[in-house]
Ligand binder design. Structure first.
Ligand code: SF4
Length: 314
């Protein structure tokens, strides 16, 4: 379901497989432009400037790339030739600046068509989907046909009220946890992105343990952790949401901009994580704003993506 006030436009994309500057991905595929989930903390709203939506509120529009699968097929052939013989498979993320399973996907099935292209491709790449929607479970059968793919859910809390407050029109987190459990039971490789680590709501030991336990109980092993990015207009957008419902919380988000807050949280996380046997995606806690990966293991990195640094805390 898509809200009636969301502007939906069909567009023809020139390209859908693009190079990425994200820490864990070499390429990204975005079947839509814009995202009707409209999370308050979303970092992807910068994309409005490049897609003719400067004056639209983030979350109020979706452009549907109706030819995405057709273009992807050609681009994947080129990528397959380029990476032939390489020892390391490139990583391709589906859904970096949009949610590939937002409501409109139920009707247009653009993401599903892109997955069908991947299932027929001989491109030696490692694919991952990232979503906040249980709709991805609809496509389990196609996912299973893809040689190397994992399905990731963004799960930042176990509390549906918190996700309703901060994650706009995304499905409740309880539905995501159920879908994660289902995918794990079906033998699909999964991961969870705790992105962002939510100030105040999930930054103390009790809440973090609740979150990690719920993720672990779903059968998931790989977890990505990322500090909240409050640069640009993001703090202003979050404040606007909090002001209406819980203004006292605003000060905790302001504090979360400081390096001291992040350093204290890093230490707490590394202490708690010892009890959960997670595999930490990206090799450490990601601070996207400073383009830094924080690890507590010396020499854990052989090579870091260009433009990124590693900080070791013991
Ligand atoms: S689901 Fe992802 S892309 Fe969509 S608004 Fe939320 S954070 Fe942004």
């Amino acid at each position: 379901m898509v809200r009636k006030d969301v502007k939906v436009k069909e567009v023809k994309a020139k390209s859908v497989l693009t190079k990425s500057r994200l820490a864990g991905s070499d390429y990204v595929i975005n079947p839509y432009s814009g995202c009707a989930f409209g999370c308050s903390y979303c970092y992807a709203d910068f994309i409005r400037r490049f897609t003719g939506h400067t004056s639209d509120e983030w979350g109020s529009y979706v452009d549907v790339k109706i030819n995405a699968a057709e273009i992807l097929e050609k681009e994947l052939k080129r990528l397959a030739m380029k990476v032939q013989g390489q020892s390391l498979e490139p990583t391709v993320l589906i859904g970096s600046v949009t949610d590939p399973y937002q409501g409109i996907e139920a009707k247009y099935q653009i993401t599903k068509k892109c997955l069908e292209v991947l299932s027929r491709s001989n491109c030696l790449a490692s694919f991952s989907i990232l979503t906040k929607s249980h709709l991805v479970a609809r496509d389990i059968n196609v996912v299973k046909k893809i040689r190397n793919i994992s399905v990731g859910f963004t799960i930042t809390t176990t509390d549906d009220e918190v996700s309703r407050l901060l994650e706009g029109n995304s499905p409740p987190v309880s539905l995501r946890l159920k879908a994660l459990d289902q995918l794990n039971q079906e033998g699909v490789s999964t991961y969870v992105c705790v992105n962002p680590l939510l100030p105040h709501f999930v930054d103390n030991e009790r809440r973090l343990r609740e979150l990690f336990s719920a993720i672990r109980q779903s059968g998931n092993r790989e977890i990505w952790l990322e500090h909240i990015n409050l640069g640009g207009n993001k703090l202003r957008r979050i404040k606007a949401v909090l002001k209406k419902e819980t203004p006292k919380v605003i000060k905790y988000f302001e504090v979360a901009k400081s390096e001291k807050y992040k350093a204290d949280l890093n230490r707490l996380l590394f202490r708690i994580l010892r009890d959960y046997d997670f595999e930490i995606g990206g090799g450490g806690i990601i601070d996207h704003k400073r383009r830094v990966i924080i690890t507590n293991k010396a020499n854990s990195y052989k090579k870091v993506k260009s433009g990124w640094r590693v900080e070791v805390i013991m």
